[in-house]
Design a protein around this ligand. Structure first.
Ligand code: XMP
Length: 510
C-alpha cells in the first residue's frame, strides 16, 4: 500500500482516489502522525499539497530524509516546496503566479517520467515557487514560467529517491497525471495493482470473522447503499449472527418500508422491521423548527433501536456503514486524532449499549462502495439509489409534520421520482425529491376555487453533496410532472421548480 501524508490540501482525497482507480490500496494520514514502524505492506509515501507557505513558522515539518531511508517518496506541490526548503534550497514568492494549465519542458528521462514527454499538459496551483534546490538534487522538468517543475533527490540524500513535482498529477487536467502516479506506485514503489472489489471482499470478510468470532452484531439499516453493503459483508462473515433492524419512522418515501424490507429478506439479511411511525408523529406534533425536528427524530431513532437491540441477548458489536469521507472529515492536519464522526442516526449508541464497532467500509469511497456492492450481487435498486437524509420527509415538510401532509408529500414525491425514472433522468441527477411548502395559494379546478398547498421540486447534480447545481430538467418533463401531481394529489394545486445552487442555498430546504 501507499501512505499519503496529508498537509491539508483540498486535493488530498483526489490523490487517494486516483491510486485506488489504479487498483492500489492507499491510506491518508495527517502529516504530523509518525510513519508506522512494522508495516510490511507499505511500499511508498506521497506528500500532499497544503494551504501553508513553507516560510510559515507553524508549517508542519516531518522528517522526509528518514522516510526516504525506508521508502520512495513523491511530494506534490507544497510537499515539493517543503522538501526543497527544509534541505537547503530556496522557496519564495514567484514573480508570475501560476494557476491552471502549463506545459512541461526539458523533461529528463527518469523512472517518474517514463513515457511522459515534453509538452505534456499539467495543472498548477501555487503562488510560492522553488528558486533553487538542495545540493545534489536535479531538476527533471521545467515550464515556461518556473525553473523547477519537478526534481529528484541526489544519490547520497537517502537510500530511496525523493521526487518533487510542483504540479497536481491527481487532477484530470494534468493529462499524464495518472501515468505519472502509476510510474511512481507501480514501477518505483513496486506495488501490485491487485486491489479489486473481489480482493477487498475476501480480505474484509476474513477480517470481520477474526474480529467478531462467534459473537453477535446488531446493525441499523437505512435502505441506503452504505449500510446495505456493510451489512452484506458482515453477513458473509458471520451469517445470521448479524441482526439487522430497519425502523419505519413514518418519514420514508411511499411504500419504501415494505419494499426495502422485502429487498433485505431477498438478500438473505436477518432483518427485523419495526413500525414506529405513530411514536414519531406523536413527538413531532406541533414542532416546526428544523433543528428541533432533527433532534427529535434522531433521539427517537436511538430509543427505538436501543429497545429492540437489547431484546437480542449477548450482543457485543455494532455494525456501521461509515465510509472513508466520514473518517477523513474528522481528521485534522494538526491533531493526529482520528476521531470518528459518528453516523448521524446512530450517534451515541455504542456508548449507551457498550458495543465495539464493526465498520467494513471505513477505507472506501462512495463509488468503491458501489463497486463492492455490485460484486456482492446487490440489486441496482439499492446500489444506484439517491442519497436520502436520515430525518427523511420530516425535513421536507416545512413547518410542523402531520400525517396528512406526509401522505400528500409521499404521493407527490412518488410521482416525481417515477417520472425521473421513466425519462432516464434518475441516474443523471445526484439527488431529487419533492418538498411540501407551508404556503397555500388560490387556484381553480373545474368551476371551483381552491386554496391548497404548494409543492417544490428539487433535483441537483453534485459529486459529494458539498456543492451542487440545480439540474436542468427539460421543460416538457417538468410540465408532465406538474400536471400529474396537481391532477392526482389532493391538497396540492401548485408546483414550482427550485433553481438555486449550493452554495448559497442548500440541497434540502430545512
Ligand atoms: P444540504 O441540505 O446540507 O444537504 O445541502 C447535503 C446532503 O446531506 C443530506 N442531509 C442530511 N442527511 N441527516 C442526514 O442523514 C440530516 O439531517 C441531513 N440534512 C441534509 C442531504 O439530503 C444531502 O444529500
Amino acid at each position: 500500500k501507499i501512505l499519503i501524508l496529508d498537509f491539508g490540501s483540498q486535493f488530498t482525497q483526489l490523490i487517494a482516489r486516483r491510486l485506488r482507480e489504479l487498483n492500489v490500496y492507499c491510506e491518508i494520514q495527517p502529516c504530523t502522525k509518525p510513519i508506522p514502524e512494522n508495516d510490511a505492506t507499505l511500499k511508498g509515501i506521497i506528500l500532499s499539497g497544503s494551504p501553508f507557505s513553507v516560510n510559515d513558522p507553524k508549517a508542519p515539518k516531518p522528517d522526509v530524509k528518514a522516510m526516504a531511508e525506508r521508502y520512495p517518496v513523491l511530494a506534490v506541490c507544497y510537499g515539493a516546496q517543503f522538501i526543497a526548503h527544509l534541505y537547503g534550497g530556496e522557496v519564495g514568492k514567484s514573480s508570475t503566479r501560476e494557476y491552471g494549465r502549463a506545459h512541461l519542458r526539458d523533461v529528463k528521462h527518469t523512472p517518474l517520467f517514463a513515457t511522459i514527454a515534453d509538452e505534456s499538459q499539467v495543472w498548477m496551483s501555487h503562488s510560492d515557487t522553488i528558486k533553487s534546490l538542495p545540493a545534489g538534487f536535479d531538476i527533471i522538468a521545467t515550464t515556461d514560467n518556473i525553473p523547477v517543475a519537478a526534481f529528484r533527490s541526489g544519490a547520497d540524500f537517502a537510500k530511496h529517491d525523493v521526487y518533487g513535482i510542483q504540479f497536481h498529477p491527481e487532477v484530470t487536467h494534468s493529462t499524464d497525471g495518472g501515468q505519472l502516479l502509476k510510474n511512481f506506485i507501480v514501477d518505483i514503489c513496486g506495488c501490485k495493482q491487485d486491489w479489486t472489489p473481489a480482493a477487498f471482499i475476501g480480505e474484509t470478510v476474513a477480517r470481520i470473522k477474526a474480529q467478531v468470532g462467534n459473537n453477535k452484531v446488531v446493525m441499523a439499516l437505512s435502505g441506503g447503499v452504505d449500510s446495505t453493503v456493510a451489512a452484506m459483508l458482515i453477513n458473509r462473515a458471520i451469517g445470521d449472527n448479524l441482526y439487522c433492524i430497519f425502523v419505519d419512522n413514518g418519514l420514508l418515501r411511499k411504500d419504501e418500508f415494505q419494499q426495502v424490507l422485502d429487498g433485505y429478506k431477498h438478500l438473505g439479511l436477518n432483518t427485523q422491521g419495526i413500525d414506529a411511525h405513530e411514536r414519531f408523529y406523536r413527538e413531532l406534533a406541533g414542532v416546526s423548527d428544523p433543528e428541533k425536528k432533527r433532534k427529535i427524530i434522531g433521539r427517537l431513532f436511538i430509543e427505538v433501536f436501543h429497545e429492540e437491540g437489547v431484546k437480542i441477548k449477548d450482543v457485543n458489536f455494532l455494525g456501521q456503514g461509515t465510509i472513508y469521507p466520514d473518517v477523513i472529515e474528522s481528521m485534522s492536519v494538526h491533531g493526529p486524532s482520528a476521531t470518528i464522526k459518528s453516523h448521524h442516526n446512530v450517534g451515541g449508541l455504542p456508548e449507551i449499549m457498550n458495543l465495539s464497532l464493526v465498520e467494513p467500509l471505513r477505507a472506501l469511497f462512495k463509488d468503491e462502495v458501489r463497486r463492492v456492492g455490485r460484486e456482492l450481487g446487490i440489486d441496482e435498486i439499492f446500489i444506484g439509489r439517491h442519497p436520502f437524509p436520515g430525518p427523511g420527509l420530516g425535513i421536507r415538510i416545512l413547518g410542523a409534520v402531520e400525517e396528512s401532509k406526509v401522505k400528500m408529500l409521499q404521493e407527490a414525491d412518488a410521482i416525481y421520482i417515477q417520472h425521473l425514472r421513466d425519462s432516464g433522468w434518475y441516474h443523471k441527477v445526484w439527488q431529487a425529491g419533492a418538498i411540501l411548502l407551508p404556503v397555500q395559494s388560490v387556484g381553480v379546478m373545474g368551476d371551483e376555487r381552491t386554496y391548497e398547498f404548494t409543492c417544490a421540486l428539487r433535483a441537483v447534480t453534485s459529486v459529494d453533496g458539498m456543492t451542487a447545481d440545480w439540474s436542468h430538467l427539460p421543460y416538457d418533463l417538468l410540465a408532465k410532472i406538474s400536471n400529474d401531481i396537481i391532477n392526482k394529489v389532493r391538497g396540492i394545486n401548485r408546483v414550482v421548480y427550485d433553481i438555486s445552487s449550493k452554495p448559497p442555498a442548500t440541497i434540502e430546504w430545512e
